[in-house]
Design a protein around this ligand. Sequence first.
Ligand code: HEC
Length: 277
Amino acid sequence: MRRQRRLTTFFICLLLGASMGAHAGPAEDRKALIEYYKQQLPDIKFENYNMGALAMNRDAMDQYDSIMTFPPFVLDVDVGRVIWEKPFKNAKHFSDCFPDGGKNIAGNYPYFDNASGKVVTFENAINACLKANGEAELKYDSREIGLVTAYAKSLSDGMKVNVKVSGPGALAAYEKGKQFYYGRRGQLNFSCSICHIDNVGKFTRSEQLSMMIGQAAHWPEFREGTELLTLQGRFRQCNKNTRSVPLEFNSEEYNNLEYFLTYMSNGLPMQTPVFRK
Ligand code: HEC
């Protein structure tokens, strides 16, 4: 009898220990969300998640396909190419700052840099390259950084997003991004997750809410006219739409959020640049 009770206590401790040890990490978070979306959106294949709301609407997808046959942003991307190819004063180029001349590398961003203790976005790498070569850095809200990023990322078109979270610093940055995502803010007291997770596929005004997995794989976007929107520009819009004060481009909070959100798009092909309404 006593022995049996002791054994039971032993097993309860074992179970408790196991459940405490099994703290959900990035891989589990992502898996759970993929499962959730599969149930909510059974007709949409995982490989189409980076099409976002377009994957939910045949007409919108047809329109998108026809726009992409002769994309209106071709000349803008060409301006980006000119910036990318222009030699620095020391005769070096952007392509010297990246492995393989910058081909198939953008899917590795953002990454966590242990030395600085910070998330490094692709735009940060562009500016680090300018700085290292004695050139003036670009403003994060400038059209120029958007254009050069659009061209540079087109060199990684089709690469699968491959963001890594390993080590305590990286995990802490990921967790901060995740907290931001699930945290309520602004006058309307919305979190990102209320729209893009809880209400995925539903309409707000005329727009259908996209799934967050896949959202980070296609930036910057070109919109109607010649408007160019970066991912953090989109964060600002979504913050403003819920009457929350948008943060600065390249703020630590947005960089952590971008890190978290891009990790969630792992395994999906990058597509840059793209058109969105
Ligand atoms: C009130 C609902 C709402 C909230 C809250 C919200 N969004 Fe959005 N978001 C939208 C709508 C509507 C769109 C445009 C349709 C779409 O693509 O989902 C959008 C689009 C986006 C896109 C672009 C999707 C694409 O593939 O082009 C991203 C990225 C995004 N939101 C991220 C966020 C983040 C991060 C937050 C939290 C800071 C957030 N959203 C909060 C409604 C919301």
